[in-house]
Write a protein that binds this ligand. Structure first.
Ligand SMILES: Cc1cc2nc3c(=O)[nH]c(=O)nc-3n(C[C@H](O)[C@H](O)[C@H](O)COP(=O)(O)O)c2cc1C
Length: 314
């Protein structure tokens, strides 16, 4: 079964986000309002080859109750390492491999990975071929170009010629980081290029999508097959719901409780402090939410946080 063939049309994806989309948060999102497809946080294959699990700190952990479509996102600049980690991901139970060729952060770029691939198209093709040897469908997530938007046709055309299952395009260049609005005006031309070069490859749009309704509108306007939402989930954990609804303080605090319980059960090496970035996702939009969030930010243990949640549960 090819995971990409079994998705709804159109489909919605929760974007891979480092230190956010681990199995704990994926399960909370799936409980609140499910996406059609999830990605792991990006994981460096060369680090894994040299230091094993220690290097990846649980990023690739799949929990046994994750029965939704899940893809491993991996990166590096060594085809052999990608092939090894892709094989391991298959053993872990992942249904696909996504290669990150868009990450702009220095650690990735200085190791010739992430968005540095845009400047090494031959190596990018080798990486894709190496990932395929594991026997899972291979997709790529990238940006329009490295320095200028005009690079998009050459770069995306090159990727489309590599016979990949799907191509996710964050509609900005590496240089633009996230500082300018995504270039949605190019999406219809990208779809036309896909139709010409690789009609079987699915194209997924990414960048500044607020929620499913906004994504559906962009699908109508662009003809893309799917939409990927990242930061939108920070302001609405119910981002993927079909019909937007009001959600109560009780419901939101319930999801925060769930997040804490799953985090505790995971016995992760990630410290308690890493939970703090999630508080603003659940504690918002009711009178007194701001004060509770501030109090939660002062906590230093799960018990302290739970006591506050209990005291504010309507
Ligand atoms: C905190 C954070 C972590 C991210 N980590 C990854 C990652 O591991 N892999 C990846 O391909 N993109 C990563 N991204 C980029 C997102 O997947 C997405 O492409 C970007 O945020 C634009 O989409 P958005 O406007 O919907 O957020 C990350 C973004 C954020 C905000």
């Amino acid at each position: 079964m090819n995971i990409w063939d079994n998705l709804p049309k159109p489909f919605f994806v929760l974007a891979p986000m480092e230190a956010v989309t681990d199995h704990v948060f994926r399960r909370v999102v799936n409980h609140a309002a499910p996406a059609d497809l999830y990605f792991s946080e990006f994981t460096n294959a060369t680090g894994w080859v040299h230091a094993g699990e220690k290097a990846v700190a649980g990023r690739l952990t799949i929990h046994k109750d994750e029965d939704y479509p899940l893809i491993a996102q991996i990166w590096c600049a060594e085809p052999e390492d990608i092939a090894s980690l892709a094989r391991h991901c298959k053993e872990l139970g992942y249904m696909g491999i996504d290669l990150n060729m868009g990450c702009p952060v220095k650690t990735a770029v200085k190791n010739s990975g992430g968005s540095a691939m845009i400047r090494q198209p031959d190596l990018a093709a080798e990486m894709i071929a190496a990932a395929k040897t594991a026997g899972l469908p291979v997709s790529v997530k990238t940006r329009l170009g490295y320095s200028t938007v005009g690079e998009w046709r050459g770069w995306l055309g090159h990727l489309l010629k590599q016979d990949i299952a799907a191509l996710t395009i964050h509609l900005r260049t590496k240089k633009e980081m996230s500082k300018v609005p995504a270039h949605w005006e190019l999406a219809p031309e990208i779809v036309a290029l896909r139709d010409e070069l690789a009609p079987e490859t699915l194209v997924i749009g990414n960048g500044d999508i607020r929620d499913r309704q906004h994504g559906l509108q962009l699908i109508d306007e662009t003809g893309m097959n799917g939409m990927m939402i990242g930061r939108g989930i920070f302001t609405n954990v119910f981002d993927f719901e079909d019909t937007p609804q009001e959600h109560s303080q009780r419901e939101l605090l319930g999801l925060l409780s769930m997040h804490l319980s799953l985090f505790e059960a995971a016995k992760t090496t990630r410290p308690y402090q890493t939970l703090k970035r999630f508080f603003k996702i659940y504690v918002r939009d009711w009178s007194g939410a701001h004060e509770l969030r501030n109090q939660l930010m002062e906590t230093s243990s799960l018990d302290e946080a739970r006591a506050l949640i209990d005291a504010h549960m309507p």
